[in-house]
Design a protein around this ligand. Structure first.
Ligand code: ATP
Ligand code: MG
Length: 535
């Protein structure tokens, strides 16, 4: 049997894994059964990026709000009628928690009658087979996959299939969802689903779409990886004008959007997690009138998205202003300023900045200045015992990086000259070896002494204590979760792997004379005792 918990942990980002733990803890404390459901399961199994975590609880998640907040989540929206809360987990991970429910569609165009239900009943009200699975996160059944409609098989077959013949009639927004998923995954509709889809289109079922569903579908575009492609497919099917009568693909700032997605990827590769949603909405609607944009915004239930979208230009202007002022007069000051800025703003400004100096500073921040890190002489710092174990290490590493950024340390020699005063005194020498009776027992009693940096081993190479600094981008990401909305501080220099030493240690650290003396003493003493024994 497939181990879905293992696959889940493998596929989620470290922040998402922590988020699952957080929600699990809160649900367990409240005595509610919790399942990971919907698109999250689909994406875990299919291998696509997991954009948000969909949880379902047997119970009312609206009651969990306070406990979630206490545990570090932010409530971003609440939909009381369907008992669903939207949350933002530490590190920008989005999630929603909904109540397991049944939906009875009694009148076309009217919201369904909702009632609390079991997870099995809940899966029956879902849109497509690939979205109708649940993974238990409960003690006793943790890891059990509920897949009553064979969603796993449809993922393997790459097919979008409705659960029953009335699916599009009950909720016409599923027509838009079908097109969106088909465009995103490049999966076709299953044959009978396609026939139902065509019939629904022919019968204008879409006229009965609920306003709230329109809002959901607009917001969903914000998190697509290729939003322009999805918008074009929606337009082709006639659904874009359902979202707003004036919306066409010509209203999209396509070059701006393209640049945004490229920069976002660049930032993700650097280990940041900017939420591009508000900026995507900005570019998707760039050429719509302000009143049309306001109408779109009013339909969206997630007010955090709307607010961020509304404020994006003003916030970017503020940052641009600061980047042109004294606060960013030098590369090091600019670095500090941008490190404290929200990644979302850097992303947006990188694409929209009108001032060349602002554009250049952001470009340097994301590329050139990061390469300055390579100039930090890590092997020599290790030999000088300036390692992450030192309490002052972060400050020393930061200062040297800042000076390098500003071109104030122009050569390796200058850098070493700056660093040397920070080198701590070498550790005391190991006690002289004991000989004779009791020596073995004493040796066993003494804890192993760490190798003296710079001392020659058998192979004549200096031993270096391995550093706990993150060695890869992924490790760097997992090592310290980013505070929401904040960029990481100056990159932590990565230390040379143990035993790789470029210069003989004696060139940097002076040989330890007292040790030599101790050796002589020990040797003389052992001669004496040997002599005594013979006699
Ligand atoms: P995405 O990757 O865009 O988040 P998703 O499938 O997770 O896709 P959500 O809007 O997050 O979509 O919804 C979560 C789950 O809720 C879906 O997977 C589906 O099971 C269910 N769902 C959402 N909208 C509908 C709908 N209109 N009809 C039936 N089920 C729905
Ligand atoms: Mg989802």
């Amino acid at each position: 049997m497939a181990d879905y918990i293992y696959t889940m942990e493998l596929r989620l980002t470290p922040d998402q894994i922590k988020g699952v733990g957080l929600v699990q803890g809160v649900a367990r404390a409240a005595g509610m059964n919790l399942y990971l459901t919907g698109g999250a399961i689909r994406d875990i199994i299919s291998g696509f990026a997991i954009r948000d975590l969909d949880f379902t609880v047997q119970g009312n998640p609206v009651k969990l709000q306070k406990d979630l907040e206490k545990a570090g989540a932010k409530i971003t929206a609440v939909e009381e009628d369907i008992r669903t809360i939207f949350i933002s987990l530490p590190g920008n991970a989005r999630a929603e928690i909904s109540m397991a429910r049944t939906e009875a569609y009694e009148k076309t165009g009217k919201p369904p009658v909702v009632a609390p239900a079991t997870i099995h009943e809940d899966l029956r009200r879902r849109d497509f087979t690939v979205n109708a699975m649940a993974l238990s996160l409960n003690e006793g059944s943790r890891g059990l996959l509920l897949d009553p409609f064979n969603g796993v098989a449809d993922i393997e077959a790459k097919l979008i299939r409705i659960l029953h013949n009335y699916s599009f009639l009950e909720d016409p927004s599923r027509l838009i969802r079908a097109t969106r998923f088909a465009a995103r995954f490049h999966w076709p509709l299953e044959e009978r689903t396609q026939a139902r889809y065509d019939a629904a289109k022919e019968g204008n079922y879409i006229d009965h779409i609920l306003r709230s569903s329109i809002g959901h579908e607009i917001a969903a575009l914000a998190h697509e990886d290729d939003p322009l492609h999805v918008v074009k497919m929606l337009e082709k099917e006639g659904w874009l004008e359902v979202l707003h009568s004036h919306w066409t693909s010509a209203k999209v700032d396509a070059p701006g959007l393209g640049q945004l997605m490229k920069t976002r990827q660049q930032m993700v590769d650097l280990g940041y997690a900017p939420d591009a949603g508000p900026a995507v909405m900005y570019f998707l609607t760039s050429r719509l009138s302000n009143s049309d944009i306001s109408e779109l915004q009013r339909l969206i239930p997630r007010k955090d998205l709307v607010e961020a979208w509304r404020d994006i230009e003003d916030h970017a202007k503020e940052l641009a202003k600061r980047l042109m002022g004294k606060e960013a007069a030098t590369p090091s000051r600019t670095w500090t300023l941008l490190t404290g800025a929200r990644p979302e703003m850097i992303l947006f400004l990188a694409v929209t900045a009108r001032q060349q100096s602002v554009e250049q500073k952001i470009k340097n921040y994301l590329t050139k200045w990061r390469q300055v890190q390579q100039k930090i002489p890590l092997p020599e710092m290790t030999e000088l015992l300036i390692t992450p174990q030192l309490p002052a290490y972060p400050k020393i590493a930061h200062d040297v990086f800042m000076l390098l950024l500003d071109g104030k340390l122009r050569s390796r020699t200058e850098t070493l000259k700056f660093l040397k005063p920070f080198a701590p005194p070498p550790p005391p020498p190991p006690p002289p070896p004991r000989r004779g009776r009791g020596a073995k027992a004493a040796a066993e009693a003494v804890a192993p002494v760490p190798a003296k940096p710079g001392a020659k081993g058998k192979k004549g190479k200096a031993e270096v204590v391995a550093m706990p600094a993150p060695a890869t981008k992924i490790e760097a990401k997992t090592a310290k979760p980013q505070e929401k909305g904040k960029l990481a501080k100056a990159p932590t220099p990565v230390h040379a792997p143990a035993k790789v030493v470029h210069k003989p240690a004696h060139k940097l650290a002076k040989p330890h004379k007292p040790e030599k003396k101790a050796k002589h003493k020990a040797a003389a003493k052992s001669k004496k005792t040997k002599g005594k024994k013979r006699r």
